[in-house]
Design a binder for this molecule. Structure first.
Ligand SMILES: Nc1ncnc2c1ncn2[C@@H]1O[C@H](COP(=O)(O)OP(=O)(O)OP(=O)(O)O)[C@@H](O)[C@H]1O
Length: 364
């Protein structure tokens, strides 16, 4: 058991915000116009598809495009590996005892799951992250020992389920004085290779609640959080010190309007719950943005399970990356501008990062 908690250096980090635009799907190519212009690797413009505005805009000399700047902007031709290149140094902090959160935010069908999970030919950020964590551990030439474990949960209709359990019951959140918010009873499996996590990820994904909606054939109806913990044991003269880093990879469910998806019954109720937690997340992002500008504002983390789980990643001890995913199709204009507005506000969020380490008695 830990004895003395060693002093930790504290730094302020700004939330890193990237925007990824997916290509038009075959279906969309036949009926939609492409309204996203990636200006360069940091700037993106959205063209207003409402052509009726043309005359008014012209006489008032208003531009018909909205421009936004982010840490990184990825054009439709970019792969997940291109996105990962810029976040890999942050992810590797986990091996040094840092907490890292990466989450994808965007409307239904905008490419969140594709970005986080990916495909065989274009592996997503989850797969790329745990591959580099194990590569880094293999390359480490110190005498430190490493222990990696993994958990995978989903929040569906405001209930938490363990995706690594065949038939998971409802899990509850608890506040732990040492570790912050924890999910009581969540299975944490020790893993020795990236392939093992990939296997667990695939099992978990097959249990995830997905539905076919009009907006996306395999729409995720739950928020999924894959957590990888790395415990690094350093042997010293007087005992062992353990650094504990945590990587949380979050694939959120898509937000959609009932009218757009033609949902009813259970699907409509799912949509309402998805929107409830995404609204709670958006409110937290709003409040955190204001807090860092004006130094006030109450942040309503307690309004949903999702925001309680992500609390550390948004404001606490974590380096955090938000990937805002957008569709280039003109009929997604309002979703796209909403996503970009929230992403723009998220740039103001600051977190306070420090390594977590404890001194252990030699016998540990
Ligand atoms: N970069 C990309 N390249 C090629 N296809 C993509 C890309 N991004 C997304 N797609 C395709 O777009 C469709 C929707 O993507 P995805 O399922 O990832 O959306 P989502 O945001 O997770 O949706 P939901 O919130 O409904 O789960 C899928 O068919 C996916 O294969």
């Amino acid at each position: 058991m830990p004895t003395i908690r060693a002093p930790a250096s504290r730094q302020t980090a700004t939330l890193q915000v990237a925007v990824k635009c997916r290509p038009l799907t075959d279906n969309e190519s036949r009926r939609s116009r492409h309204i996203i212009q990636v200006i360069d690797d940091k700037n993106v413009a959205v063209l207003d598809p409402d052509i009726s505005k043309g005359y008014l805009d012209l006489i008032q000399n208003r531009t018909k495009e909205k421009r936004y700047s982010f840490d990184h902007v990825y054009a439709p031709g970019c792969s997940n590996t291109d996105v990962y290149k810029n976040i890999s140094p942050t992810v590797l902090g986990v091996v040094q005892g840092l907490n890292v959160t990466v989450f994808a935010y965007g409307s239904t069908g905008s490419g969140k799951t594709y970005t986080m999970v990916g495909s065989r030919s274009d592996p997503g950020l989850m797969v790329l992250s745990f591959r580099t964590i194990f590569d880094q551990i293999k390359k480490d030439d110190s005498s430190d020992t490493f222990e990696v474990s993994c958990s995978y949960l989903e929040v569906y209709n405001e209930v938490i389920y363990d995706l690594l359990e065949k038939s998971s019951g409802h899990l509850e959140l608890r506040e732990d004085p040492e570790h912050g918010i924890i999910v009581a009873g969540l299975r944490r499996i020790k893993v020795h290779s990236a392939d093992k996590i990939l296997e667990l990820l695939n099992i978990g994904n097959s249990r995830r609640k997905t539905e076919s909606t009009e907006a996306n054939a395999t729409s995720s109806r739950s928020h999924a959080v894959l957590e990888i913990t790395v415990r690094r044991k350093q042997k010293g003269k007087y005992g062992s010190q353990v650094l504990r880093g945590k990587l949380a990879l979050v694939d959120l469910a898509g937000s959609e309007r009932a009218s757009e998806t033609n949902n009813f019954g259970q699907k409509l109720r799912d949509g309402a719950n998805i929107n409830k937690s995404l609204l709670a997340l958006a409110n937290c992002i709003n409040a955190l943005g204001k807090q860092n500008k004006k130094g006030l504002a109450y942040v309503p983390y307690r309004n949903s399970k999702l925001t309680r789980i992500l609390k550390d990643g948004l404001s606490g001890n974590s380096r955090t990356v938000m990937i805002a995913t957008i569709s280039p199709a003109d009929d997604q204009y309002h979703h796209t501008t909403n996503t970009l507005k929230y992403a723009d506000r998220a740039k103001e969020i600051k977190t306070h990062v420090h390594e977590k380490y404890w001194n252990y008695r030699q016998s540990c």
